[in-house]
Ligand binder design. Structure first.
Ligand SMILES: [Zn+2]
Ligand SMILES: [Zn+2]
Length: 327
């Protein structure tokens, strides 16, 4: 197999030939067909997340086909198309797992961070954490659903059932969530980098009724806001944009420091929350609804060996929607 390997934080990934791997008990081997590029991959690359596996093969939005099955795997067959998400393994016995909150497991493994991921021609996964994808939809368009879509789905649930939703950051997750929120009958307000009129037009083309810079006030007070961008300075701005009792949800795994802000931004029962990871049930619920949503997933594809270019383009905001690597 071949893979883009990160040997050390802040160094480029290197296209490397590795010995073929075989699935252990409970595992599957998947031939990778497409793997999305996520902002979290940049945090892994930059060494901003604690205790990564090293060296590591990043990538946690994997669409592939099973080509080898380990002992004891049930419910999956050779040649099945599956999706492998960020949540790669949970312990099953900690208080969080027992309370159906496996996204907070005390001893988890995360794909492309603490176990090898999908910037490769093949990967090994815990079979219980692979989602059957069926045959509808292209490999490339399904890949971004496995993190941007899933985290987006969970963040919308945590935002509550408000009718007006602000989205701060309109990249891979934002462009999917805007469409999911519209499908749920909500009104969407999109906040982009100030002056990024192209991205604002993109947001409107996907159903946002208003789009502006993150430094602008929305035309009305919002029920909830979800922050996908990594700038902590957006937190007080989002609190300012939500009504009494409104919620602000931070959906990223890493954020720069939140600046001090006056208590009256939080007063009147506004809530500030974060979203961490996903549960398998999130994936099952979301993927079951996807066919009805008629999502337009905007992708830019790169050959797997050009993962460094895709990551640099993501960092610089050089494409709309999501980047996807194909072997
Ligand atoms: Zn656990
Ligand atoms: Zn991700």
């Amino acid at each position: 197999m071949k893979a883009m390997v990160l040997s050390r934080a802040k160094s480029p990934l290197v296209w490397t030939v590795l010995p073929d791997r075989h699935p252990g008990p409970g595992q599957i081997r998947v031939k990778v067909l497409a793997c999305g590029v996520c902002r979290t991959d940049l945090h892994v690359l930059d060494g901003e997340l604690p205790d990564p596996k090293s060296p590591i093969i990043p990538g946690h939005e994997i669409v592939g086909r099973i080509d080898e099955i380990g002992e004891g795997v049930t419910g999956l067959a050779l040649a099945d198309r599956v999706g492998i998400p960020w949540l790669g393994h949970t312990c099953g016995v900690c208080p969080y797992c027992e309370a159906q909150r496996e996204n907070l497991c005390d001893a988890p493994l995360f794909t492309g961070y603490t176990r090898d991921g999908g910037f490769a021609t093949a990967t090994i996964a815990d079979a219980r954490f692979a989602f059957p994808l069926g045959e509808s939809g292209t490999d490339v368009s399904l890949a971004p659903l496995l993190c941007a879509g899933l985290i987006g789905w969970r963040s919308l649930a945590i935002a509550g059932d408000g009718r007006t939703i602000g989205l701060y950051g309109f990249g891979a997750a934002g462009h999917i969530v805007a469409q999911v929120a519209r499908w749920q009958g909500r009104r969407v307000f999109a906040f982009t980098r100030p002056g990024d009129t192209a991205n604002q037009a993109f947001a409107k083309s996907l159903g946002a009724e208003w789009a502006g810079g993150s430094d602008e006030a929305p035309p009305e007070m919002l029920d909830a806001a979800i922050i996908y961008a990594t700038a902590g300075a957006l937190v007080p701005l989002a609190l300012k944009a939500v009504r009494k009792g409104g919620r602000v949800v931070c959906a990223g795994i890493h954020m720069s420091d939140i600046p001090r802000f006056p208590y009256d931004l939080l007063w009147e029962e506004r809530q500030l929350l974060s979203v961490a990871n996903l549960t398998r049930q999130d994936g099952i619920d979301f993927l079951a609804q996807v066919p009805a949503m008629d999502l337009r997933i905007k992708t830019t594809t790169y050959p797997m060996q050009e993962a460094n270019t895709a990551l640099a383009d993501l960092r610089a905001g050089r494409f709309e929607g999501a980047a996807v690597l194909v072997p």
